[in-house]
Design a protein around this ligand. Structure first.
Ligand code: BGP
Length: 489
């Protein structure tokens, strides 16, 4: 649909940005925190820095919140580090960890910024893995349930928006990259058991949030990547639908309807997969009624028909930020992906596709009719300071402007969207490319080399430099989505 005027955002729309504990905090051995599996995983991503220092938000959260307030934020989405809150298998609550998050939450509220809190963002404690068996063990459900209760009890008086697990679909689809597959010998089968355990954790979080947090609302955080058919060949359309199912729909259907779809049950049967699903599990899943869907949306995918006798090809991610290194996957008999000639690509071969945002919101709204908030969206880019010491990130401004405009168009299309929180506020650690792949509105004045070679964070500048995108975003959000900085129509 074409609109004559620029889209309008609702009066109480929340504008902010997003982060995750392990990617922003640093201070991994401070305040009683014990190691998480992702600490170990991040050490495997050399030559990039691991998460020991990240953006040093642990020590500089006050400065960061002050910058958020200056920018005009009304929300901030961040995650809690499990092993900072519960460092050992005895389940004892670490008061220093609670204090850190209490201080952060209070600082946000003092600045009129609504906290949106993710309970789990990829950072399983090492003790859960070593002593309980990690995601492969049902004992982890009890440990996660305990974590949820501790969080709701300690922060639920001030935190009303909760997110259960970040990108469960990506943790299963890219288990090797994100470290979910640790300890598995037959990942293709075991991942469905792990997925079921994650579904039960999600369900526990939803049920306890509603029981324990007055006025609390909770939702999952799917990583949503729309899938277009390569051509109007009906086989390509079915391939796109298969990919949609196998990379996201089966998760979203389960969250919303509290049961496994016919598609996934048939898939398991065909592939001789038999997850341990018990009647009481299904009861719990049915009880867990979500309030909204938090959407992480960066890009799109393009699918074509994959013949059953074609050769299997794994996804080969672009690891070095030099265009043209992505290796597209082929899942014989299901789907294959390819590049899209109609969109531009980032240095990491991610599609720059603003309409994917509008598509995603409309797709999710049409299927589920639940309010949505954007909890991630952004441009991963190679960036450095200019000669004037500033960061002129025109590409990020262009990216965000087009994406946010499409959020507005989706709202005009009738979708209920309540917040926009791009990834990320400051530069922070990427999942596999250290701080080299920058996403922030605020530049962190350091490099992977410095992070790797320093003995202590006090040796580093870690100065916060507001990028041009900070000033641009600030004007846009202070005008509640009216000041785009250029003529849009
Ligand atoms: C999302 C994750 C984030 C974040 C982002 C960017 O999937 O939830 O944790 O890192 O992707 O990805 P990357 O860091 O790989 O560029």
């Amino acid at each position: 649909m074409y609109y004559k005027e620029d889209p309008k955002f609702p009066e109480n729309f929340m504008w902010g940005a997003s982060s995750a504990a392990w990617q922003v905090e640093g201070g991994v051995a401070e305040g009683g925190r014990t190691p998480a599996m992702i600490d170990l995983n991040s050490r495997k991503k050399q030559p990039y820095a691991d998460n020991s220092i990240a953006a040093d938000h642990y020590h500089r959260y006050k400065e960061d919140v002050a910058l958020m307030a200056e920018c005009g934020f009304s929300s901030y989405r961040f995650s809690l580090s499990w092993s900072r809150i519960i460092p050992h298998s005895d389940g004892k609550v670490n008061s220093e960890g609670i204090k850190f998050y209490n201080d952060l939450i209070d600082e946000l509220i003092k600045n009129n910024i609504t906290p949106i809190v993710t309970i789990y963002h990829y950072d399983l404690p090492v003790w859960v893995y070593e002593e309980l068996g990690g995601w492969r063990s049902r004992k982890t459900i009890d440990a996660f349930e305990h974590l949820c209760k501790v969080c709701f009890e300690n922060f639920g008086d001030r935190v009303k928006y909760w997110l259960s697990l970040n990108e469960q679909n990506m943790q299963i689809c890219y288990g090797h990259w994100l470290g979910t597959s640790a300890g598995c010998t037959d990942w293709e089968k075991e991942k469905w058991d792990i997925n079921h355990i994650m579904n039960l954790c999600h369900a526990k979080a939803v049920v306890h949030c509603h029981e324990m947090v007055e006025g609390g609302k909770i939702g999952p955080v799917p990583g949503y990547v729309p899938i277009y058919p390569k051509t109007c060949n009906p086989g390509d359309q079915i391939a796109a639908m298969n990919a949609e199912e196998l990379t996201q729909k089966i998760w979203n259907d389960t969250y919303v309807y509290g049961e496994y779809s016919g598609f996934i049950k048939k898939y398991w049967e065909t592939h001789d997969v038999h997850p341990d699903i018990r009647p009481e599990d299904l009861e719990l899943m049915k009880k867990a009624k979500i309030d909204f869907i938090a959407v992480n949306c960066y890009r799109s995918n393009t699918a074509y028909e994959s013949k059953i006798d074609s050769e299997r090809q794994e996804y080969g991610l672009n690891k070095f930020g030099i265009k043209g290194q992505m290796q597209w996957p082929n899942v014989p008999g299901e789907y294959a992906f390819c590049s899209n000639p109609y969109v531009e690509y980032t240095d990491w071969d991610w599609e720059i596709d603003p309409q994917a945002m509008r598509y995603s919101l409309r797709y999710l709204w049409n299927h589920y009719r639940l309010p949505m908030m954007i909890t991630e969206n952004g441009l991963g880019a190679n960036e450095t300071k200019d000669a004037d010491g500033q960061v002129h990130d025109t590409a990020r401004i262009d990216f965000l402007r087009d994406q946010i405009y499409n959020v507005g168009l989706a709202i005009e299309d009738g979708c209920e969207v309540i917040a926009y929180n791009p990834w990320s506020f400051t530069d922070l650690l990427s999942t596999g490319n250290g701080i080299k792949k920058r996403y922030g509105l605020v530049y962190i004045d350091t490099t992977d080399d410095e992070l790797v070679n320093c003995k202590d964070v006090s040796e580093l500048s870690m100065k916060r430099i507001k990028k041009d995108s900070f000033y641009w975003y600030s004007k846009l959000i202070k005008s509640n989505g009216k000041d785009w900085g250029k003529e849009m129509k």
